[in-house]
Design a protein around this ligand. Structure first.
Ligand SMILES: *[C@@H]1O[C@H](CO)[C@@H](O)[C@H](O)[C@H]1NC(C)=O
Ligand SMILES: *[C@@H]1O[C@H](CO)[C@@H](O)[C@H](O)[C@H]1NC(C)=O
Ligand SMILES: *[C@@H]1O[C@H](CO)[C@@H](O)[C@H](O)[C@H]1NC(C)=O
Length: 320
């Protein structure tokens, strides 16, 4: 609006300047029927064009304000992130775990932690596993730690059902290596001690599609705070296994500026091997945009500072 006023004032000013000069006044009297109307039409037109231009600019600018991008699919980021003020509840709770308190809360994205090769191994694994889920809704999960797997419109335990044959030692080895690298990255970005962090439940693979939601679990597009859902969480990380726009449409991850009155989305477009890391408190409300086409694969890897809430890396033994 400031720009609007400025731009509209300028032409008025120059008109005044012109009329102040007597020579200019004389010039204006001369062409009685000639250029004058044309000039006025032009002036009206150009002013109209300018006002429309300003309106488009203001609209575009404010639209840019409603949505901003943290990570684009076609860009490779060493690190990109932003700090946000920790929610007081988050700080108060995490203070009980020395060595685990972040220097600053926030969110980071990096494409340099997990290789494309590692992401492919985990994607192939997820595809093999998801083939067993036969889900009717839009979301399917596989949890290697507990053995929970979506099955039709509910869950089953694939260890108990003797279905763990789809897991290979390479999968588990890759999974553990990736978990360790992500844990180090979280410690680096948030300035905490890597040994103060523990893997926690739930840590799981997910596949989202545009199928109708059947259960509440399918409704991934509601704004939420991880710590409200899972009290043990302190740092949430996501590893994307396939590509936004290529493998699926929709399905962008969105942080929102305010849980109750969201007026701005800060988007992360999934990219194979991309890791997103954020503090799990109310400073990071978020949701996943509905997938409109294709299937979106990702892993949620969750960390806690509370050793009592620690879970172990899965091993082949777990499956016996
Ligand atoms: C998959 O689920 C449908 C019902 O949702 C069922 O009719 C079908 O038999 C199931 N297939 C397998 C392989 O379990
Ligand atoms: C799984 O295998 C074990 C041992 O081979 C067997 O006792 C059990 O009944 C099987 N469970 C199912 C659900 O098939
Ligand atoms: C944020 O994104 C969602 C889903 O695309 C959309 O419905 C909502 O209007 C967006 N919010 C703002 C403030 O633009």
């Amino acid at each position: 609006m400031v720009n609007d006023v400025k731009l509209r004032k300028k032409p008025q000013k120059s008109e005044n300047d012109h009329s102040n000069k007597s020579t200019q006044d004389k010039d204006e009297i001369k062409p009685k029927y000639g250029p004058m109307p044309r000039n006025t039409t032009f002036r009206v037109l150009s002013r109209g064009v300018m006002i429309i231009g300003v309106m488009v600019y203001v609209w575009y600018y404010s639209n840019g304000k409603r949505e901003s991008s943290l990570a684009k699919q076609n860009t490779i980021y060493q690190t990109r992130g932003q700090h946000v003020d920790c929610h007081p509840d988050f700080i108060n709770e995490i203070k009980g775990f020395p060595g685990c308190v972040p220097k600053k809360c926030g969110r980071f994205v990096s494409d340099r932690i997990v290789t494309e090769y590692e992401a492919d191994i985990l994607l192939w694994f997820a595809k093999r596993g998801m083939a067993l889920t036969n889900v009717s809704g839009g979301a399917a999960i596989i949890d290697l730690h507990s053995g929970t797997m979506s099955y039709q419109d509910k869950f089953m335990n694939f260890y108990r059902a003797n279905l763990s044959y789809f897991i290979t030692p390479t999968d588990l080895h890759t999974y553990k290596g990736v978990r360790e690298k992500i844990q180090s990255a979280v410690a680096d970005f948030f300035g905490i001690n890597v040994d103060s962090l523990y893997l926690t439940h739930p840590t799981f693979f997910s596949r989202l599609s545009n199928k109708e939601a059947v259960t509440l679990n399918d409704q991934y597009w509601h704004i939420h705070v991880d710590k409200h859902t899972y009290e043990s969480f302190h740092y949430t990380t996501l590893l994307y296994l396939n590509d936004y726009e290529t493998d699926f449409k929709g399905g962008r991850f969105m942080f929102v500026n305010d849980f109750n009155k969201p007026t701005k989305n800060i988007t992360v477009e999934p990219r194979k091997g991309r890791v997103s890391m954020f503090t799990s408190g109310a400073e990071n409300p978020h949701f996943v945009e509905k997938v409109s086409e294709g299937q979106r694969y990702a892993i949620t890897i969750s960390f806690t500072c509370n050793e009592k809430k620690k879970i172990n890396d899965p091993t082949m033994k777990t499956s016996h």
